[in-house]
Ligand binder design. Structure first.
Ligand SMILES: [Zn+2]
Length: 326
């Protein structure tokens, strides 16, 4: 089956089509963007088109030729996909070395050879160095596609040798339209808007959230956060609930909610009467959240129970000190 081309990928796809038509495909592409924009599917779409022996007028793959059939069966000799051998593990240097050996071969079915490395940021220094050598000696008629949600983790030397294909999130109107057309009717539009914010505007991430009952989680965390700010939460019980969720998602939601409160404080007040104490309170809480996100995201062995309990107590203390100061 042909990989789907999503509406938010249309601009980049046009760019690729022009390069294909002009026979000026770059040797290496860096497909980046936040989670939930179907970056891998987009890379597959490019590969299918580049390898196809009978491209359509719009430059997409025909879906029927020998190349398309082989690709569909996962046995195209001119295409290689490099992924970590185990989920969450790094791409090994041997995987990149093998790639260098295979790269010397000429294409056997198609006119091109294609390689996808995903997630490209999942490489240690030696794998990256090996990849760099590959990029420094580009082979004729080979397209290397690096896919990543964290381009900042890639060495500049690698990035500078790739053409940047950054997938941007659609506007919220476009995302709403797509989500509505995709029969998303499990939640009201207000909750959908909140989830879309949390998903950084990526519609497929919203679908994942809805499938994982994230709407319920969102509303729960929203209610919990209100209790914390009112200084009436039970840190131990609350921590136990939050530990059942993905902590980074919970913390990102808190950050988003604090930002919303800050914006409202400014919008609702004429400049002179902006509640400085409240703004300062929100900044302090925001700092706390950022610190905890850093700790939770680090590879260090951290006791999440203690961390979150401590975080909740700290935020309650900040909120309470502000209330008593008023
Ligand atoms: Zn084809």
């Amino acid at each position: 089956m042909l990989p789907v081309l999503y509406p938010w990928q249309a601009n980049l796809w046009q760019q690729l089509c022009q390069q294909l038509q002009a026979n000026r495909l770059p040797h290496a592409l860096l497909v980046s963007g936040v989670k939930g924009l179907a970056k891998n599917s987009f890379a597959q779409h490019i590969v299918a088109s580049v390898l196809c022996l009978n491209r359509r007028d719009d430059q997409s793959s025909c879906g029927h030729c020998h190349s398309c059939q082989l690709l569909n069966a996962g046995s195209h000799p001119d295409h290689i996909e490099i992924r970590p051998e185990e989920t969450g593990k790094q791409i090994k240097i041997d995987q990149i070395r093998n790639l260098r050996d295979k790269q010397q071969l000429t294409p056997s079915v198609s006119k091109w050879k294609t390689i996808i490395i995903s997630p490209a940021d999942n490489m240690n220094v030696s794998s990256s160095n090996s990849l760099l050598k590959l990029l420094e000696e580009p082979q004729h008629n080979t397209v290397l596609i690096l896919v990543t949600g964290c381009p900042e983790k890639l060495p500049i030397t690698v990035k500078s040798r790739c053409q940047n294909y950054h997938l941007a999130s659609p506007t919220s109107d476009q995302a709403f339209e797509w989500l509505t057309n995709s029969a998303v009717n499990k939640v009201d539009s207000e909750t959908l808007a909140k989830l879309l914010q949390l998903a950084k505007g990526a519609p497929l991430a919203v679908i994942d959230m809805l499938n994982g009952n994230m709407a319920e989680q969102y509303l729960q965390v929203e209610a919990d956060f209100k209790l914390i700010l009112q200084n009436s939460a039970n840190p131990i019980a609350l921590t136990a609930t939050w530990l059942k969720y993905d902590l980074v998602t919970v913390l990102n939601q808190l950050q988003y909610m604090i930002r919303e409160r800050m914006i409202k404080s400014f919008v609702n007040s004429p400049e002179i009467t902006v509640d400085q104490a409240k703004i300062s309170l929100y900044w302090q809480i925001s700092d706390c959240i950022v610190q905890v996100i850093k700790l939770v995201s680090s590879q260090n062995n951290i006791n999440n129970t203690l961390l979150i309990e401590d975080f909740i107590v700290s935020v309650m203390r900040i909120a309470n000190s502000n209330a008593t100061n008023q």
